[in-house]
Design a protein around this ligand. Structure first.
Ligand code: AMP
Ligand code: ZN
Ligand code: FE
Ligand code: FE
Length: 281
């Protein structure tokens, strides 16, 4: 049996709950032969995952998921096959991490003012080198019995408009796409149906992202049905984008997403590799 593929996975380098090594072991047991590690705004988990993959016979594609600003909304761009050590990438990611840190300090202060026991220093010590974001605050709220689950914590405290939500300064989408390309990677529009757009708005997003240099679009994604995949495939074909697919596995932070449960066609990997090959990577 051909092994399965999953091109969208988070580890403890961002807001997943499995370390890169643990993830690769679980992926192997779940029948995955190829996976991409795509942590939010960091590639800190990639090296460990690649080493673990080499030992276990699982191919690990270096990746990232960058949060960008598209017309005031938080739109995610995936990058594949990019050089984690590229100075331009390091510079941009340092800027993003500093911005996140300032925001995290403000979130922690707001929570403290409400009598919640939280320390950003402790959180950082518990998650060394990780992109700390709202999911980490959500877990603290769950651990302290103030929320039933991570998604309950988002719903009541951390979603936009809720008491512990604070905006960040997002990278403009054009810049996110450009940096991935400059560092030798393929830029892919992540989970296009997660932004709440009408068909016309989505079409505009795809058109503009394609004009900025996006090469692919995520079409196979946890929860997308055949009709939705069909509509997305048509849109991708119209703008000359290849299809990719991934589960967006986060471990216990999104317990409804199960490793190995999503079917991603082999063609996605073939097309991604062909694109990277043509780009001379
Ligand atoms: P941040 O980047 O810090 O603003 O956090 C946003 C991230 O939180 C998203 O990329 C998701 O991975 C995660 N997230 C958003 N909403 C939820 C939710 N309801 N349950 C679990 N994770 C969520
Ligand atoms: Zn996440
Ligand atoms: Fe995302
Ligand atoms: Fe993701």
């Amino acid at each position: 049996m051909a092994s399965k593929i999953d091109l969208h996975i988070h580890t403890t380098a961002s807001d997943g709950t499995m370390s890169p090594e643990e993830l690769v072991g679980r992926a192997k047991r779940a029948g995955l032969g190829v996976l991409a590690v795509t942590d939010h705004d960091t590639m800190a988990g990639v090296d460990s995952a690649v080493s673990a993959g080499a030992a276990l016979g699982v191919e690990v594609i270096p990746g990232i998921e960058i949060s960008t600003d598209y017309r005031g909304e938080d739109v995610h761009v995936l990058g594949y096959g990019l050089d984690a050590a590229h100075p331009a990438l390091r510079e941009v990611l340092n800027w993003v991490q500093e911005d996140r840190r300032r925001r995290n300090e403000r979130i922690a202060r707001r929570m403290q003012a409400d009598g919640i026991h939280i320390s950003l220093a402790e959180l950082e010590a518990e998650h060394p080198g990780a992109t700390i974001g709202r999911p980490h605050f959500a877990r603290v709220l769950v651990e302290q019995g103030r929320a039933q689950s991570v998604s309950d914590a988002f719903h009541r405290f951390l979603d936009p408009g809720k008491p512990y939500y604070l905006p960040r300064t997002y990278l403009p989408i054009a810049r996110g796409i450009e940096i991935i390309r400059r560092c030798g990677g393929a830029a892919v529009l992540a989970h296009p149906l997660q932004y709440g757009y009408s068909p016309a708005e989505l079409r505009r997003l795809v058109a503009e992202a394609a004009a900025f240099g996006v090469a692919g679009m995520e079409i196979y994604y946890t929860g997308y049905d055949a009709g939705q995949r069909g509509a997305l495939s048509d849109l991708a074909a119209e703008f000359g984008l290849f299809a990719t697919g991934g589960s967006d596995f986060h471990g216990a932070n999104k317990p409804q997403i199960v490793l190995g449960a999503l079917d991603v066609p082999e063609q996605c990997l073939t097309d991604l590799k062909a694109w990277l090959g043509r780009a001379g990577v």
